[in-house]
Design a protein around this ligand. Structure first.
Ligand code: SF4
Length: 471
């Protein structure tokens, strides 16, 4: 048994990061058994679930989308906001009876939430039917934990700075687009954020390992990779090998893979070298997710974001000047403790100036163990809700306006899936990360095609495939 400890989780030492080669256990012990996995949270968690799926498949399981028929249920959790936390416990409440009916059912809870002491204690005391509890640092141990599974609850959660794992296998959700981890953890310690505690210190994979993975994906037919990290712009700083994220982007671009994206960028580390690299390579997609969080420098200081409103705006305009076609999306938190009405108005003014292509907006949610959770929160919930509603109306308005600029234009779309908008439709993304529902392209799965945009909504575009006829 290993329990988490938030004090240990925030330690940052000079300890050298080890690169550990994962040994992928193969067994048919669970042949003919089914697993169900539920994932909450960010892209990092989605990608971690692809690793969990590979671990389970390697043990003989096959995936089911119906948890009621599963022999193993895995929940990959998120600790960022209260509602994700509530959803996990809500789901555990819903599956409790399944364990009563089938004592052989294996229930696993992993990811960010067990990294919090209070959650692990709660799982121990109130959810003893959860068999296996693991954290973000030992996903690769899950296979062995399942093989060793007994009726007793097994809790293995480590509060460590973390290492780098190579040779990981993934059951990727898509055959055309792939996540590629370039780094793990975060050292920014924004005052509201639990990630530096749950994911450990910033540690980068070596460039050659990333490039090899991208080349393998390209050879396997993948058209797009998204380079993944909590703060990708900090890539390479810990390696002290004289290369940075701009160098990595350039080398990934030189592999010739059709499309490259990256998430997430912290405005503080976003260099001109990066902007120039994105501008120079046509296979680096002109979409940048640039979290603002607040338009008030006072609130940004309280959030520990390391930039002012003016610095954010200067960066925004530098990007738009160098890459005029870039779409920029953002994250905004409303109702951070001490956010006055004037602070909120400042956020609206920044939104009016930037006219973002899209924004994820949230009401501030205090997270146990973070410095912000200790600041007295005096803003009534109804004020926060009103602010969120006003902000959403504004950002949706700008999303619609940004999308309307595409009307009548022909754009390149990578077709990735069937569309929810009808059996004869497929969907995909423009270079600028706009979702398009497309007519006349059911044969084009996995291809980059020309699409004429016929309608624009706040969150998606409609279009039809264009076929150019040679004379
Ligand atoms: S940069 Fe800030 S918000 Fe993003 S993961 Fe790190 S601490 Fe959290």
């Amino acid at each position: 048994m290993n329990y988490p400890n938030l004090k240990d989780a925030k330690i940052r030492s000079d300890k050298e990061v080890e690169t550990i080669m994962v040994s992928n256990i193969k067994s048919d012990v669970f042949k003919d058994k089914k697993f169900y996995i539920r994932t909450y949270g960010c892209q990092m968690n989605v990608h971690d679930s692809e690793e969990i799926k590979a671990i389970l498949t390697n043990l003989g399981f096959t995936e089911t989308s119906n948890y009621e028929e599963a022999d193993l249920i895995a929940i990959n959790t998120c600790a960022i906001r209260e509602n994700a936390h509530d959803k996990v416990f809500g789901f555990l409440g819903r599956i409790k009876h399944l364990k009563r009916e089938n004592p052989n059912l294996i229930v696993c809870v992993g990811g960010c939430m067990p990294e919090l002491e209070s959650v692990t204690n709660m799982l121990k005391e109130k959810y003893p039917f959860v068999n296996i509890v693991f954290g973000t640092h030992n996903i690769n141990d899950l296979g062995q934990m399942i093989l060793d599974y007994t009726d007793k609850q097994d809790i293995e959660v480590y509060s460590i700075e973390g290492d780098i794992y190579e040779n990981i296998e993934y059951n990727r959700d898509s055959k055309y687009t792939a996540w590629v981890n370039i780094m793990y953890g975060c050292d920014k310690f924004c005052t509201y954020c639990i990630v530096p505690f749950t994911r450990g210190k910033e540690r980068s994979r070596r460039m050659e390992d990333i490039i090899n993975e991208v080349k393998e994906l390209k050879n396997a037919g993948y058209k797009e990779v998204t380079l993944l990290g909590q703060n990708v712009n900090a890539y390479g700083k810990d390696l002290k090998l004289n290369y940075n994220f701009a160098n990595l982007l350039e080398n990934v671009a030189k592999t010739g893979i059709a499309r490259i994206r990256f998430v997430t960028s912290h405005p503080w580390d976003f260099t001109n070298e990066m902007i120039n690299t994105i501008a120079r390579y046509s296979n680096i997609m002109p979409h940048i997710h640039l979290p603002l969080q607040s338009g008030s420098s006072k609130i940004l200081r309280l959030m520990g974001r390391r930039y002012t409103k003016e610095e954010y705006l200067a960066l925004y305009h530098r990007i738009k000047t160098c890459i005029p076609r870039a779409s920029i999306t953002t994250d905004i938190i409303v109702g951070f403790p001490n956010e006055s009405d004037e602070d909120f108005r400042e956020t609206l003014r920044v939104v009016n100036e930037c006219q973002f292509d899209g924004a994820f907006t949230f009401i501030y949610s205090p997270r146990e163990g973070t410095p912000a959770a200790r600041i007295k929160d005096t803003i009534p919930l109804e004020v926060k809700e009103k602010r969120l509603q006003e902000l959403n109306e504004l950002v949706n308005d700008y999303s619609l306006k940004a999308n309307q600029k595409y009307l009548g234009k022909i754009v390149k779309v990578l077709v990735i899936d069937k569309s929810e908008k009808g059996e004869d439709k497929v969907c995909g993304y423009t270079e600028t990360m706009k979702l398009v529902n497309i007519e006349g392209a059911v044969e084009d799965m996995g291809k980059i095609i020309d699409v004429e945009i016929t309608d624009a909504k706040s969150f998606s575009l409609d279009g039809k495939k264009v076929v150019f006829v040679n004379n």
